[in-house]
Design a protein. Structure first.
Length: 83
């Protein structure tokens, strides 16, 4: 958790270098987070699966702080903002 707090982008980049483009991490007990860094998988997630995907608490909190946008919205709201 400390490397993520100190340098979140560096931490995410290190996951790809060390483990590949699809990594599951546990940030807190009982909460699984999947980091997707493969362009084809990201396209499938954002275009085909987005109405059914939750982005998680991080993006939910970011939406509360920064406002609801295509980046922070999830599910159907994300699809609506894309068009």
């Amino acid at each position: 958790m400390i490397p993520l707090i100190r340098d979140n982008l560096g931490f995410i980049a290190s996951l790809r270098r060390n483990y590949g483009p699809l990594v599951e991490i546990i940030l807190q007990p009982g909460t699984r987070t999947v980091i997707v860094q493969d362009p084809q998988l990201i396209q499938i997630m954002l275009k085909d699966l987005s109405p059914h995907l939750a982005k998680g608490r991080f993006f939910e909190k970011m939406g509360q702080l920064l406002g609801d946008s295509v980046v922070t919205a999830a599910g159907r709201a994300h699809c609506d903002k894309r068009h």
